[in-house]
Ligand binder design. Structure first.
Ligand SMILES: Cc1ncc(COP(=O)(O)O)c(C=O)c1O
Length: 365
């Protein structure tokens, strides 16, 4: 993975420099409002005592950890507050490799690209296992790929980029796979509030010393810039993760954690329901227009991405740039996500998503 020019940045710059109006469906930063209590929490924080501007405990504000632990039904000692799910995934992969029980990380293909990047950075071998045609996990193929070299299997549901949601049976099979191979199941549940299928199951449902769950408030509260996430580790792995977190970061950001805590306490289910309704409508309008464009796509059951392909128009960077110039729509090339170089990914994080879809329907692919 090349840090110098992350591809999403390149495409966003290309789109910004284009000589026409371009609708940006490139990266996954929500465009909708955070909870009201979160804004209020940030405002009030600014008037706080100077002590409130100093280091919080390295593993996070105690009250926030307790709030999360209560909601997730786990002991508070297992919760580490991180700088987003990004850091939580890094800590989880490091924990898997530190166990000295294999050096291979099993991932799906397509895959959220920072997983292989992080795993390789930490010295792991990466094995990509293709998903089923409907985007669902190919459980048998995952089982076939597992061996005594497996340090972890890392899954993401609801999924970026496919929108697939893995049900209880699938998650249980992954937890069993981890136990059978003395590996960890790392379950990234960052889109858990965006399940339209009703089938989402957290890996925490399976009480296992082989399960690590990662999550954040980036997407659920539409605050990717605040950098508040968390990991729930099994008790025997949490100390090493806490130490790594402390040595890398010292700690996290206190105002962000305080605002998220306030939002957790004061935000009712209506907020999340409204975000889901908004996205469901966008997904429906977008996929209707993709149908009109004759595109093939994986029907999203969750999250807010659409992974699609257009006959005779592979999702290369060149073609993505052509779509910017000729259709006024910016998206991500599929090979960013593994071997899916025929595909492109659209992030529906703009009120103009439907307009973008109509532009695609009108485009001569
Ligand atoms: C699957 C997945 N995991 C983790 C992240 C990063 O989340 P955070 O902003 O909490 O670090 C993203 C962001 O797009 C994501 O799609």
């Amino acid at each position: 993975m090349d840090y110098d020019t992350p591809l999403f940045f390149h495409i966003m710059q290309y789109a910004a420099a284009a000589d026409r109006d371009v609708i940006d469906l490139v990266s996954g930063g929500p465009d909708w409002e955070p909870p009201t209590a979160l804004r209020e929490g940030l405002h009030d924080y600014a008037d706080g005592d100077p002590a409130e501007f100093q280091y919080p405990p390295s593993d996070g504000l105690r009250d926030l950890r307790e709030e999360i632990a209560a909601r997730r039904g786990v002991d508070v000692d297992r919760v580490v507050i991180t700088n987003g799910a990004g850091e939580a995934n890094y800590l989880a992969i490091a924990a898997a490799l530190e166990r000295d029980a294999g050096s291979e990380i099993i991932l799906t293909d397509p895959v959220y690209p920072y997983y292989p990047g992080k795993a390789q950075m930490l010295g792991a071998d990466v094995r990509l296992v293709p998903v089923a045609d409907d985007g669902g996990l190919d459980v048998a193929a995952m089982q076939d790929a597992a061996s005594e070299e497996t340090a972890a299997v890392l899954v993401n549901s609801p999924n970026n980029p496919t929108g697939a949601v893995y049900d209880a049976e699938t998650m249980e099979a992954m937890a069993d796979l981890a136990e059978d191979h003395d590996a960890l199941l790392i379950s990234d549940e960052v889109y858990d509030h965006y399940d339209y299928s009703g089938r989402f199951e957290s890996a925490l449902a399976f009480d296992s010393p082989h399960v690590v769950v990662t999550n954040s408030f980036s997407k659920s509260m539409a605050v990717t810039g605040l950098r508040v996430g968390y990991a729930v580790f099994p008790p025997h792995l949490v100390d090493a993760a806490r130490t790594r977190h402390m040595l890398v970061n010292v700690t996290g950001a206190r105002p962000s954690q305080a605002a998220v805590l306030r939002a957790l306490r004061e935000t009712g289910p209506d907020y999340y329901e409204a975000s889901r309704d908004l996205l469901r409508e966008r997904i429906d309008a977008f996929t209707d227009a993709l149908d009109a464009a004759g595109a093939e796509y994986i029907a999203p059951e969750g999250a807010f991405y659409v992974f699609a392909r257009f006959e005779g128009f592979p999702g290369t960077l060149d073609n993505v740039e052509r779509l910017v110039d000729e259709a006024g729509v910016a998206c991500m090339p599929g090979d960013t996500f593994g071997t899916y170089d025929e595909w492109v990914r659209f992030a529906l994080v703009t009120p103009r998503a439907e307009e973008a879809a109509h532009r695609l329907a009108d485009y001569d692919f």
